[in-house]
Design a protein. Structure first.
Length: 238
């Protein structure tokens, strides 16, 4: 499995990023805008299991096993449900994203970090616009983003399928050579790098998120988004 060495972290230090040429920043949402330890995605995952349990009349453990299999085989649980069971995305996604966010509040550090980044900012998520905007608004950072490119905009082709990355670039009209993509799932950076973007992987614990982390398409590695934003500020002000 993937092991990140100390020398790799040094080679891929975000402080080496040349920000002078960058005019666009593309952020994943889940486990990127907020860190994995905030445990928002497990809330979504738990509602996915609820939905499968209720709609397929399964025991909890069976529902969980099915969800895990579909996620690993199809990239998203939704993609697996629609491929194998013809589930309609709208119903499923609005149910699973209806999570409690009452413990989130305005994040001054995140807001300031985003303000300090010059250029346009976007969210590119395998989730939905509704889910992303609720989280961005809870942190008070929604105003930084030009638009949210979601699973509907992706025609239900989750990252790392190449086509939606091309669609995203066409819609945003950004020059990939002047753009940076920031993600916790390393393999989602492969198409971004292939299209000419610079890539930043936010270190993650899960094996599915680490997969690909040692590949050359990961250009920079940061501990989490706030560390990355702080590094970027140092680069910008030196
Ligand atoms: Mg993510």
């Amino acid at each position: 499995m993937t092991e990140i060495s100390a020398s790799m972290l040094q080679d891929k230090d975000p402080m080496k990023l040349d920000t002078s040429e960058i005019s666009a920043w593309v952020f994943d949402l889940d486990n990127t805008i907020y860190p994995a330890h905030q445990s928002l995605f497990p809330r979504v995952a738990s509602r996915m299991i609820d939905w499968i349990e209720q709609n397929f009349k399964l025991e909890r453990e069976q529902a969980e096993a099915l969800k895990t299999r579909l996620f690993l085989e199809y990239g998203t649980t939704m993609n697996g449900l629609s491929s194998e069971y013809s589930v309609e995305p709208e119903d499923f996604l609005s149910y699973v994203h209806d999570i409690d966010l009452s413990d989130l509040s305005y994040d001054k550090e995140l807001d300031a970090g985003m303000s300090a980044l010059p250029g346009k900012k976007y969210i590119y998520t395998n989730g939905t616009v509704l889910h992303a905007s609720r989280i961005l608004e809870a942190y008070g950072i929604g105003h930084h983003f030009e638009f949210i490119f979601d699973i509907f905009a992706s025609n239900h082709l989750p990252k790392p399928a190449l086509q939606p990355y091309q669609d995203f670039l066409a819609q945003s009209e950004i020059n990939p050579k002047q753009a940076v993509m920031i993600e916790d799932m390393a393999r989602n950076l492969e198409p971004a790098a292939k299209l000419g973007m610079q890539t930043v992987w936010l270190m993650a614990e899960h094996s599915w998120a680490k997969k690909g982390a040692t590949e050359p398409y990961v250009h920079y590695i940061a501990r989490d988004l706030k560390h990355f934003l702080s590094d970027a500020q140092h680069v910008l002000t030196r």
